[in-house]
Design a protein around this ligand. Sequence first.
Ligand SMILES: Nc1nc2c(ncn2[C@@H]2O[C@H](COP(=O)(O)OP(=O)(O)O)[C@@H](O)[C@H]2O)c(=O)[nH]1
Ligand SMILES: [Mg+2]
Length: 149
Amino acid sequence: MGRVLLIGGIGAGKTSLKQMLMNEQVSYRKTQMLDFSQVFIDCPGEYLEIPRFYHVLIDASHQVSEIWALQDATKQRTIYPPKFSKVFRKPIIGIITKVDLPKANIKQAGSYLNYAGIEEPFFTTSIMDQERVAPLRRRLEELNGLREY
Ligand SMILES: Nc1nc2c(ncn2[C@@H]2O[C@H](COP(=O)(O)OP(=O)(O)O)[C@@H](O)[C@H]2O)c(=O)[nH]1
Ligand SMILES: [Mg+2]
C-alpha cells in the first residue's frame, strides 16, 4: 500500500489537494476498492509549524512510502527549517500550491523547498485546474500499483 504523508504549513492546501485527488479518483475508477482516507495521511499544519510536534510527523512517516511537502506559492516566508527533509527516511517530493493566484511566486516557493532540502522536479498545483494535478494522480496510481487492478 503506497501511502502518502502530506506536510505543509497551515492553509498550504494539503486537505484541498487530497480532496481533489480523492474525488477525481472515485469517478475515474469506480470499481476500485482503495479508500483514499487510507492512502493519505493529512496532518494539521501545526505539526510543521510548531517544533515540539515534529516527532508526530516523523512517526507518521514510518507508515507511508512517500512524503509530499507542500509550499504555498503566495507565502512570503517558509515554515520549513533548513534541511528538514533530512529527518525523514522516505522519499520526499516538493509540491507548490496555489499557482493560480496573482501573488504566486513559483520560483521563490521552489527556493523555499530547496532550503528544506527538497530537490527538483517540483509539482505545481491549483484547485482551479484539474489538469494540473494529473501528474500527481498518476504518481499516486503508480505508488498503489493500480494498473494491476
Ligand atoms: N486559489 C487557490 N486556493 C487554494 C488552493 N489550494 C487551497 N486553497 C485554499 O486555501 C485554503 C486552505 O486550504 P486547505 O486545503 O484547507 O489547507 P491545509 O491547511 O493545508 O489543509 C482554503 O480556503 C482553500 O480553498 C489553490 O490551489 N488555489
Ligand atoms: Mg487541512
